[in-house]
Design a protein around this ligand. Sequence first.
Ligand code: DGL
Length: 272
Amino acid sequence: MKRVLVFDSGVGGLSVLDAIASADMALELDFLADAAWLPYGLKADADVAARVPELIAAVAAEWRPDLVVIACNTASTIALAGTRAALPHTPVVGVVPPIKPAAAATQTGTFAILATPATIRRPYTLDLIAQFAADKNVIRVGSSVLVEAGERKLRGLPVDKAAVAAVIDEMFQAPGGERIDVVALSCTHFPLLLEELTVAAPQPCLWVDSGEAIARRVRALLDPQAGRAVARRAGFTTAAAARDLHGAFAARGFAEFVSISADAPFVTTPLP
Ligand code: DGL
């Protein structure tokens, strides 16, 4: 069975993993979360660009994936080329803010992009807007609060509804915000909060994410047999994350948990 390694700073990659797992592909799925460095959205671009290829390459050397998914917009928009260079023999797929489908779906001509503070200002994102949404009113909102909310939710902790509402208010109260009918969820943590976001929004919207597009890309590159995906191994750069997230990962079938040192040389240690 072909093996896919899904990478994110935290649990956001699970929204992508879930999309891959429900796409009728017989695959083995591993997950790597850089919990020690979360949130990437508040880190310097150069630091993320340097760290991500090194961490993924170190773990991939042991886990031997057939394909790597960088299931993190914040990492993909800055570290995709570096990761491909570090893994010359393994295809690396990145997550791109779903600006093209959002621009195609809006009926009012106004849509929002919800991302981390880093992704929202990246040239990569601005280029996508120029390319696919030049004739639209695009409202951009950057939030790390929602990343934290997603992390809490998957740990079984209460989500701060007021904090979610404040982000939603910022979006819909921006000039022209009352016309928003589509939201491009451009951080993989955010689909995990779909319920909370929908409840907080003042009007019905189409919430677009990248999960299914990534699953299609995995299919195109690996051509796996039809069947069930099997979760295998989850690694975290803090032992605390491995412990606190055990439930969320065990529920998805992960059976092996690994602690990885927070800094290079990224030594991996199996957890009991
Ligand atoms: N899940 C990540 C993304 O898609 C970012 C979370 C973070 O800021 O670390 O952008």
